[in-house]
Write a protein that binds this ligand. Structure first.
Ligand code: MN
Length: 298
């Protein structure tokens, strides 16, 4: 009998909005406990309002439950660092540095998301000046983050949620413009399913600059109940030797705030029971990784 190789050891994560809409002490406790109960290694904490997150208390909660964390946010049009208005860019820069400070105190190694522009529908393409503003702010953010070994991720999202980074190729171009080693590609299957030709090529293209992954279904509901080609995606991750986090993301109007729902177009319930959804997602990701690895080693 031959011995099977160990399954891939990627940290498997879940986005806190599967469980809670905000980060009050009660919500934090519930999200951390639910994440640990469902068997995850990592919890992604949204920093839409960094001042609402008690970093040290959150770090303590995570430690008690043996969890790692990632932090994420999307900018708004009032804090859009790809704006040509210096006051708006400055507001975005302040928000990002506040978010970085919370990331540090929470003890997370990742700050990611739609942090290069507003997260919303633009009515015109990004301008050269706007791109340069965004790159300049992120260069400084990355340099500050590097002091605490924090990785900054640019999440490629679909055309209705930004005009600046829709694909992995866009993310790599912006990373080149930023020019800092600790800026990585954050690939999300929900968005890639809309913007990329398939789900293997973006993984190959990102190569060792892939630093964070979101798995989401085509309708952002239960994994495997939509049209995302997960077998191809997981095979590509395993072939590429990707060892970073894989975080499940799903939004339902049953949990998220009205404001957040409006920003992302979450108009209907894909599910009511976050705990059931999370348990299923944890098993789905682990099974896909295992199957991809067994194929690659056969
Ligand atoms: Mn995402």
């Amino acid at each position: 009998m031959t011995t099977q190789p160990e399954p891939p050891a990627n940290p498997i994560g879940v986005h806190a909005l599967v469980f809670v809409a905000g980060w009050s002490p009660e919500e934090a406790e519930y999200a951390v406990r639910s994440t640990a109960d469902a068997g995850f290694d990592l919890l992604e904490i949204p920093l839409l309002d960094p001042t609402s997150v008690d970093g040290p208390a959150t770090a303590d909660l995570l430690r008690r439950h043996g969890l790692r964390a990632a932090c994420s946010l999307g900018l708004s049009f009032d804090t859009d660092i790809s704006s040509e208005d210096p006051a708006v860019v400055a507001a975005g820069e302040r928000l990002l540095h506040d978010a970085l400070e919370v990331t540090r105190t929470v003890g997370s190694r990742y700050l990611s998301g739609v942090i290069f522009s507003a997260m919303g529908k633009y009515t015109r393409p990004a301008s050269a000046k706007g791109r340069a503003n965004s790159a300049a702010v992120l260069r400084e953010l990355a340099r500050t983050a590097a002091r605490d070994n924090i990785i900054v991720g640019l999440e490629a999202v679909n055309r209705y949620e930004t005009n600046l980074v829709n694909t992995v190729a866009d993310a790599l171009a912006h990373i080149d413009a930023i020019g800092e080693d600790n800026v990585v590609v954050h690939l999300d299957t929900y968005h890639a399913n809309i913007e990329e030709g398939d789900l293997a090529r973006p993984v190959r293209l990102a190569g060792d600059r892939l630093g964070y992954v979101h798995v989401g279904e085509s309708h952002r509901g239960y994994l495997g109940s939509g049209t995302v080609d997960f077998p191809t995606f997981f095979r590509a991750l395993v072939t590429a030797g990707y060892a970073g986090p894989i975080t499940f993301e799903s939004f339902s109007s049953a949990v998220v705030s009205e404001e957040f729902a409006a920003a992302l177009g979450v108009w209907r319930n894909l599910w009511d029971d976050g705990a059931d959804l999370a348990r299923h997602a944890r098993a789905y990701v682990a099974d896909q990784l295992l199957a991809a690895q067994r194929l690659s080693s056969s």
